[in-house]
Design a protein around this ligand. Structure first.
Ligand code: ZN
Length: 321
């Protein structure tokens, strides 16, 4: 009976479904992604390797199925993604975790679960080879969820927004994508997070756009404000490290207030809590075009161009260049 307890706790934890983006992005009209019916690890699945990421252990299981990429290349990819996430948060946010890789026809999909031993299930496109692995955003997105406590359902936008905003930034830091990729993505997709007709604020409008991109917009606005107020000395990352340092992670449930307060306390600024109070139950429209202008980001056809004379060009460069 004792052995069943961790499994039961894990099953009761909130799970997160990530939407595919870029060329495989679901349309807004698709609504929120639904549970996919993909089962948990099967009895008899055995871990292929235990990776040490700083003081943390990440157990990796690769399920059978057709694939192009070797075990060694897959393990190296998981190790690099986990290392980049640890580097961002200052440490890997949980002591122990599992990553299950499932070769699949679908690809571009993942799921993070909290609880005693947090887990990520990652659908690997069977045709992906090694270079394509490093072009895939899913695993970094899922691992970034580990640094955010489990929140009430109405605050799901913060969990998803955080991972949506940070994933391209972390992958840029790793050198896997370019600054043009990061800002081009934000410039073309962030508007999905703006309030539409009938919007009741982030806590009360659980659409796909407001959850993923409304949350990402919240994080971008917070990052810009923190950097502006501190002349780039501090950033959203310092606030998020404060959450992890205070013991916040996907291993446990926290209130939104406790989570955002931990970040503000670490920053020594009142940013995240007041922003949440302004945006939680109010549409709070944002002039995105003015923000891009101040950051010096313009679209020219499909390409993004940077203006280094823009008033917040230094902030843009500090976020991703
Ligand atoms: Zn997610």
């Amino acid at each position: 009976m004792q052995l069943l307890v961790p499994a039961l706790l894990a099953l009761t934890a909130v799970s997160c479904l990530s939407p595919a983006r870029a060329d495989r992005a679901p349309r807004e009209s698709d609504g929120m992604p639904r549970a996919d019916g993909i089962p948990e690890a099967l009895p008899g699945d055995t871990a292929l390797a235990e990776l040490r990421i700083g003081d943390a252990t990440v157990e990796v299981t690769i399920l059978p199925g057709p694939r192009e990429v070797s075990d060694a290349d897959l393990l190296e990819f998981v190790r690099r993604c986990a290392t980049e996430v640890a580097d961002f948060y200052g440490r890997f946010p949980v002591d122990r975790a599992t990553v299950q890789v499932r070769p699949s026809r679908r690809g571009g999909y993942g799921r993070a679960r909290g609880g005693d031993v947090p887990s990520v299930m990652y659908l690997l496109d069977r045709d992906d080879d090694r270079p394509e692995l490093f072009g895939d955003w899913v695993l970094v997105h899922e691992l970034l969820h580990f640094g955010c406590p489990l929140l009430e359902r109405r605050h799901h936008w913060f969990e998803e927004g955080l991972a949506t905003y940070l994933e391209p930034i972390v992958r840029r830091r790793a050198g896997w994508i370019s600054a043009e990729d990061v800002w081009g993505e934000f410039r073309t997709r962030m508007a999905n997070g703006l309030p539409g007709e009938g919007d009741r604020g982030l806590d009360h409008t659980p659409t796909w756009g407001r959850t993923y991109w409304g949350g990402a917009l919240f994080c971008l606005l917070a990052d810009v404000e923190i950097r502006e107020r501190t002349d780039n000395a501090s950033s959203l990352r310092d606030g998020l490290r404060g959450i992890v340092d205070a013991g916040g992670s996907i291993e446990r449930s926290w209130s939104m207030e406790r989570t955002l307060s931990a970040a503000d306390r670490a920053l020594g600024l009142d940013v995240l809590v007041p922003m949440w109070e302004a945006m939680r139950a109010d549409p709070h429209p944002v002039d995105l075009d003015a923000l891009w202008e101040r950051l010096g980001i313009r679209l020219s056809g499909d390409r993004v161009e940077f203006d280094d004379d823009a008033p917040l060009a230094h902030v843009r460069r500090a976020i991703a260049q």
